[in-house]
Design a binder for this molecule. Structure first.
Ligand SMILES: [Zn+2]
Length: 300
């Protein structure tokens, strides 16, 4: 496969093209598809090296898309190879790639992310970035930076949409300030490929591209979905083993039992209760916990 330096990349070569992109001393796979004067859409995954569902989804999208489109699509399935090599959230420098935008250049991770940001991401109409949970599983949902972004974000056909207020350094809200519409998609858990979730996400990405008129075909109108504006994350205060008592998508009441904790100190199991009402959007899968670990995320 041909290697292309990031400064020499041409988005607009007609048809479907696969390269290895050379950037900040790394090489990462990139696919460009171009034709016509339609919108420019960039898909990314793998900012965190332990989140594989998004990477798998984009490998499928790359195969599935036609050669002839109206617009430009860039697919970057795994943008943080040092983190993927370790199968961890971050690479060897320990810097979280989704906290460094738009200008942290003092680490390898920062340079890699921000060169992609300035030379590729910000030249698009849309940036769609896919993530998963870590030691727990997210209900498949889309996050949009602003209320007004729901109107396009809902075409990914997820039943849950979270309008997330700005947070420092994250790619989606940061690039949104430049006028690039952006979504973060969260699907499933870390360190696994969950094919049902991957296929659901792929279906959503294709529906979105049809709605935007970039690929041919009839798009589906979204069904019912819930919108959230906040989340509450109850934390564990002791070392031990956790057994969660609720499921993804459950509605919980304030005071409802959400988990039992078997502490390492002798004594009864500790009962953990919900601090508020809301929808369970994330459930911890890994039983071992230490102080500060999350139990569930409650979307409100
Ligand atoms: Zn992530």
């Amino acid at each position: 496969m041909r290697t292309v330096k990031i400064d020499e990349l041409d988005f607009f070569i007609h048809g479907k093209n696969h390269y290895l992109l050379e950037v900040a001393g790394e090489r990462l796979p990139i696919t460009t598809i171009s034709g016509g004067s339609g919108e420019r859409i960039c898909f990314t995954a793998g900012q965190h090296g332990n989140e594989w569902n998004g990477i798998r989804t984009l490998l499928l999208l790359r195969e599935k898309l036609p050669e002839k489109i109206n617009g430009t699509i860039i697919i970057l399935p795994t943008i943080n190879p040092p983190a993927f090599l370790l199968k961890q959230r971050t690479g060897p420098d320990g810097i979280d790639m989704n906290r460094i935008y738009p200008d942290h250049m003092e680490s390898n991770t920062g340079r890699l992310g921000n060169l992609l940001y300035s030379k590729i991401f910000e030249k698009h109409d849309y940036l769609i970035d896919i993530h998963s949970g870590g030691p727990g599983t997210f209900i498949p949902h889309v996050r949009v930076p602003k209320e007004e972004d729901v109107h396009y974000g809902r075409y990914f056909l997820f039943e849950h949409i979270w309008v997330r207020l700005e947070k420092e350094g994250l790619i989606a809200p940061t690039i949104r300030k430049l006028g690039v519409r952006s979504c973060t998609i969260e699907i499933g858990g870390g360190r696994r490929v969950e094919i049902e979730i991957v296929e659901k996400c792929l279906h959503g990405l294709l529906n979105f591209l049809k709605k935007r008129g970039v690929i041919p075909g009839h798009f589906r109108e979204p069904g019912n979905y819930e919108i959230y504006h906040n989340r509450v994350i109850p934390k564990v205060e002791h070392m031990g083993f956790l057994k969660v008592a609720v499921k993804l998508g459950d509605k919980v009441e304030k005071g409802q039992v959400i988990a039992m904790l078997k502490r390492f100190e002798p004594g009864d199991e500790k009962i953990l209760t919900s601090p508020c009402e809301g929808t369970v959007g994330y459930v911890r899968r890994e039983a071992a916990v230490v102080p500060g670990d999350s139990v569930i995320h409650i979307f409100t």
